[in-house]
Design a protein around this ligand. Structure first.
Ligand code: NAD
Ligand code: UGA
Length: 458
């Protein structure tokens, strides 16, 4: 069969895999190839055990793989045979040299650009799907158009706004698709080619265009605004605990103002995930680069409050448990950075586990999807840690439970059964406010919600 378009995606991660699966599903006449340097990842994409857990992803991959969706390690062939190339490689925070701990590490992205230049035998549209600092497209165009060959490369910015755990519904029904391009004849033509792909299922009015720098910046700013709301509500949760106000009631009252809105106002143990912190730090770095130090300080405080919230959670546990955790067994309900994913990157659970181990507690971790990643995250840490999938077994003999991920599963557990098998006094620290606190108190638990008065026995 002759396909209408041949599309390549470099990077088969949390974005590249699901995004390309959705395009393949919605556009059966396009041939989509996803390549990656990591052969294990590609083998997993080609197996029944996909490398990432995402509700609905398995069904879509099953419906398209081998028909118009292909996973491969042949980067060279992929570049040669496709004219539209999405780049969705990782852009972590730099850990070395200038900008360490702040700036985005662009080595993977730049390597990809050089590979595109090296293997191309025809002109290409190159699409930034990765989240990148503003002006990266310019650097990219310089690399790609460095040689005086007859080939031309148009770089577009098309940031991805999906959230993990709801990636497939976000991809199917996006709030918006943003495409930034250079204001040149070929830039505008490249933009049209990309609009045409999304228009297969996204209403035209949701596909918005901008200049390329606005597009790059909008992605980082979106994440900064979302994270800022979480830090705002978490900061107020600390005040609620001091004043007997209830964060859920405050969030409801505040969020009903249509100018503010009700989403992203759930107090928590802090935000995690691979992007919020890295993207804000990148924004901070950018502001400092342009000597906007007050602006940089403002955004940096969002990350600071997030660290404070995690530390506060541990200190609250310590205080509530008679100022010593040494030798006590603490069960963590959830290790993923949010529900419906197995991803643990930057999960608050990592920092909280490390801190509890420093206090010499013994940690038992349970999670329906993230135990494999949890084991990798904690490999080599000092202290006693075990991993048990069944939450009832995990909590047996423990002095306390800390709820760190808002898995639905934890809302409906038989807490009487759990309480009966725990060491007394038994405490629950609800870092997500998902369980029925009064019911658990009535069973006999000391209950410590986030941003609400504690319910303690006598
Ligand atoms: P990821 O680490 O899951 O995947 C990136 C993949 O790129 C890896 O499999 C890696 O092996 C591969 N790779 C790196 N260099 C390569 C090269 N030269 N050639 C081929 N493959 C290469 O990362 P991710 O979570 O998918 O994020 C990718 C980008 O998307 C980041 O910039 C991130 O900020 C952004 N983003 C992520 C999310 C999310 O929910 N995870 C959402 C929106 C945007
Ligand atoms: C986030 C954004 O929501 C996406 O739009 C963006 O594309 C993505 O980052 C990215 O660039 O990587 P994600 O990190 O997958 O998506 O998940 P979110 O649902 O945003 O949650 C992030 C963290 O905030 C989680 O730890 C979550 O538990 C926490 N959170 C979220 C709260 O603590 N309170 C809330 O009210 C909402």
């Amino acid at each position: 069969m002759k396909f209408k378009k041949n599309i390549l995606c470099i990077g088969a991660g949390y974005v590249g895999g699901p995004t390309m699966a959705m395009i393949a599903y919605k556009c059966p006449r396009y041939r989509i190839t996803v390549v990656d340097v990591n052969p294990t990842r590609i083998a997993e994409w080609n197996s029944d055990d996909l490398p990432i857990y995402e509700p609905g992803l398995g069904e879509i991959v099953k419906a398209t793989r081998g028909k118009n969706l292909f996973f491969s390690t042949d980067i060279e062939g992929g570049i040669r045979d496709n004219d539209i190339i999405f780049v969705s490689v990782n852009t972590p925070t730099k850990t070395f040299g200038a900008g360490a701990g702040m700036a985005a590490d662009l080595q993977y992205w730049e390597k990809t650009a050089r590979q595109i230049l090296q293997y191309s035998q025809s002109s290409k549209i190159v699409i930034e799907k990765s989240t990148l600092p503003v002006k990266t497209a310019l650097a990219m165009e310089r690399i790609l158009n460095y040689t005086k060959s007859s080939l031309s490369f148009d770089v577009l910015s098309n940031p991805e706004f999906l959230a993990e755990g709801s990636a497939m519904t976000d991809l199917e029904n996006p709030d918006r698709i943003l495409i930034g391009c250079q204001d040149t004849k070929s830039g505008l033509a490249a933009r049209e080619a990309l609009v045409e792909i999304y228009a297969n299922w996204v209403p035209r009015e949701k596909i918005i265009t901008s200049n390329i720098w606005s597009s790059e910046l909008s992605k980082i700013v979106s994440n900064a605004f979302l994270a800022q709301r979480i830090s705002s509500i978490n900061a107020i949760s600390a005040l609620c605990e001091k004043t007997d106000a209830d964060i859920t009631e405050v969030a409801k009252a505040v969020g009903m103002d249509s100018r503010i809105g009700s989403k992203y106002l759930n107090a928590s143990v802090g935000f995690g995930g691979s992007c919020f912190k890295k993207d804000i730090l990148n924004l901070v770095y950018l502001c400092r680069h342009y000597s906007l130090h007050d602006v940089a300080d403002y955004w940096e405080s969002v990350v600071r409050i997030n660290q404070y919230q995690q530390e506060r959670f541990v200190l609250n546990m310590l205080t509530a448990m008679f100022n010593t955790l040494a030798g006590k067994k603490i069960c963590l309900f959830g290790f993923a950075f949010k529900a419906n994913t197995g991803d643990t990157r930057e999960s608050p659970a990592i920092c909280i586990t490390r801190r509890l181990l420093e206090e010499k507690a013994e940690i038992i971790i349970t999670d329906p999807k993230a135990l494999k990643n949890a084991k990798a995250d904690l490999a080599g840490v000092d202290g006693k840690v075990s991993f048990i999938e069944d939450p009832y077994k995990a909590a047996e003999g423990c002095h306390a439970i800390a709820i760190l991920t808002e898995w639905d599963l934890y809302r409906n557990l038989d807490f009487q059964k759990i309480y009966d098998n725990m060491t007394k006094p038994a405490s629950i620290f609800d870092g997500r406010n998902i369980i029925d606190h009064k019911r658990c108190f009535d069973i006999g638990f000391n209950v410590y919600p986030t941003g609400k008065p504690a319910l303690t026995q006598s």
